[in-house]
Design a protein around this ligand. Structure first.
Ligand SMILES: [Zn+2]
Length: 171
């Protein structure tokens, strides 16, 4: 019988006497809180006679194995739930992979992303248009809001961005 990591959860009653019928048992991942009243209610019909049985005695009964099995299952089940939650969260946060560091939306073009994957005529390489990034670049030069790609193409900033991109891309 493994009893490491075991310590009594002392309960002091008004009269001053200490009730040792509660124990906190831990072995590996399994945490089990022993309450003599609770196990008595569970196993009285099967022959458990003492509602104030000390844990050390209870640990010698066959009922302890069953309690431990149940605790183990609870622990595994809650771990499974936690893992699923984490996986789901990770998926929600990164639905289509990498996020843009300017607008924090997926870099990939799509309904949840304002990005346009395109290219400038005459400039080699793909260009990913991010309205937020372009706005931050040209705000000082008079851009008043984030523009759609179509609007941007008509604007005076298009040529400037094309030149900037040609230089950056050429590096
Ligand atoms: Zn972006």
């Amino acid at each position: 019988m493994e009893l490491f990591g075991l310590w009594p959860a002392k309960v002091t009653f008004p009269g001053g006497w200490i009730q040792y019928s509660f124990f906190f048992y831990q072995s590996g991942d399994v945490k089990y809180f022993y309450c003599s009243t609770k196990v008595y209610q569970t196993y009285a019909a099967e022959g458990l006679a003492n509602p104030r049985m000390p844990f050390a005695d209870f640990a010698c009964t066959p009922f302890f194995r069953r309690e431990l099995e149940a605790a183990k299952q609870r622990s595994t089940a809650s771990k499974q739930v936690r893992k699923e939650q984490e996986t789901r969260q990770a998926k929600e946060e990164h639905p289509t992979g990498r996020l843009c560091r300017f607008c924090h939306r997926p870099v990939k073009q799509g309904p949840n992303s304002p990005h346009i994957h395109t290219a400038f005529p005459g400039v080699a390489g793909k260009y990913n248009y991010c309205p937020a990034k372009v706005f931050s670049l040209y705000q000082a030069e008079g851009m008043t809001r984030e523009m759609t790609w179509a609007e941007f193409c008509q604007s005076s900033f298009y040529e400037a961005e094309k030149r900037r991109w040609a230089v950056e891309n050429g590096k």
